[in-house]
Design a protein around this ligand. Structure first.
Ligand SMILES: Cc1ncc(COP(=O)(O)O)c(C=O)c1O
Length: 388
């Protein structure tokens, strides 16, 4: 009898041949934005999204343990049944206050928030306009919605305008990351918001990598670029800059009521444990009370970008704490990432399908925990290994 899964061996061998096979790592140390122990080695960590150094913060740990003591662990049901507890409700209120919106809704992950929001807002009679480099969760949400999808070239607002102008679908939804997760560049939100206004389109943005990091108050790129009023649906995650876990959507009361009724990943999935919400609450407080974390992070990122660029390395259009060094081929990327690791630096090599073919890159992510010497050491090692 033929094993019906035998095709998997060929498929994995094909990934090997194309240098695209991933292997799973397990770090031995707790997550920290600056150091990681892996394979018995202690390395400088440039591969986490712990941008503000909160993943290991003592206050989050305490909030979680206290919440577990008081509220137990499992939430036991979906939020609409009995899974939503008072800590979830408190975090939703605080998120809305932080974002300056009427309401907010918690999802188990940022991935679920994107899928849930997009599929609740459009259906086959409608049209979506999506940046070519949007995150996989946005892409999957678009596909699942059944709406007509227009993918516009990365950040090219002229292309977006052309698609909007010819669309005759019932509703229009523009979707974009605000800070692109691999390239570290910012979406042209003021122009996109203008187009949304001109064509009466809904505008959904994903602030996953920007929440807590950008904006005077830490609300993200919409705040940084002064376009908050022009954005209707704000998606975020607590799992990156906020060092916690869980996704959210913030917006009008009507939007949130609609999502709570219609978003399938919300309605048909168990609520996150309340202790997770407690971590989110603690992180949100720190982000508001300790702006120096984002200020220092962004200053260091600016410096590193300048140094890498003047060394002749290609960092694309990065304008943030996510700094790619674009190498092109997956083979070269794996080789350089390996050499950096042997030199004491963990920098993930990113290959297709996470980036387009020909755009494999080293993804440097900075954390406010990094010491100046670590960043300078990384810079010197990259120059030595890649050239420049
Ligand atoms: C732009 C973007 N949106 C959403 C997500 C998903 O967020 P989460 O990790 O909370 O599921 C990610 C995570 O990788 C992301 O990069």
């Amino acid at each position: 009898m033929v094993d019906p899964l035998s095709w998997l061996d060929d498929a994995l061998a094909d990934l090997d041949n194309r240098e695209l096979r991933r292997t799973l790592l397990a770090r031995e140390s707790p997550q920290r934005g600056d150091r990681i122990e892996i394979g018995g080695h202690s390395l400088a960590n440039f591969g986490s999204n712990d941008y503000l150094g909160l993943a290991g913060d003592e206050r989050l740990r305490l909030a979680v343990t206290q919440a577990v003591q008081k509220r137990g662990w499992g939430s036991g049901a979906s939020p609409l049944v009995t899974g939503r507890g008072s800590l979830h409700a408190e975090l939703e209120r605080e998120l809305a206050r932080f974002e300056g919106t009427q309401a907010a809704l918690l999802f188990s992950t940022g991935f679920a928030a994107n899928v849930g929001a997009i599929t609740s807002l459009v259906s086959p009679e409608d049209a979506i306009f999506s940046d070519a480099k949007n995150h996989a969760s946005i892409i999957d949400g678009c596909r699942l919605s059944g709406a007509q999808i227009h993918v516009y070239k990365h950040c090219e607002v002229d292309k977006l305008r052309q698609s909007l102008a010819v669309s005759r679908q019932r509703r229009k939804l523009i979707v974009s990351d605000t800070l692109f997760s691999m390239d570290g560049d910012l979406a042209p939100l003021p122009q996109i918001a203008d187009l949304a206004r001109e064509f009466s389109a809904m505008l959904l943005v994903d602030e996953a990598h920007a929440t807590g990091v950008f904006g005077e108050k830490g609300r993200g790129i919409c705040e940084h670029l002064g376009v908050e009023d022009g954005v209707h649906i704000r998606v975020g995650t607590l799992s990156k800059g906020l060092g916690s876990f869980g996704g959210f959507v913030a917006g009008s009361r009507a939007l949130i009521d609609w999502l709570a009724n219609r978003a399938r990943p919300y309605v048909f999935s168990t609520a996150m444990p309340e202790a997770v919400a407690a971590a989110g609450l603690a992180a949100l407080r720190i982000v508001q009370e300790e702006p120096y974390r984002r200020q220092e992070l962004l200053a260091r990122a600016r410096e590193l970008r300048e140094h890498l660029t003047s060394a002749g390395l290609s960092i694309g259009r990065s304008d943030s704490q996510i700094i790619p060094v674009i190498l092109g081929s997956p083979g070269k990327t794996v080789q350089v990432a390996g050499e950096l690791r042997r030199a004491g630096y963990f920098v993930p090599g990113i290959r297709p399908p996470s980036v387009p073919e020909g755009e494999s890159l080293l993804r440097i992510s900075l954390s406010s925990l990094h010491q100046r010497e670590q960043v300078e050491g990384l810079e010197a090692a990259i120059r030595r290994i890649v050239g420049g």
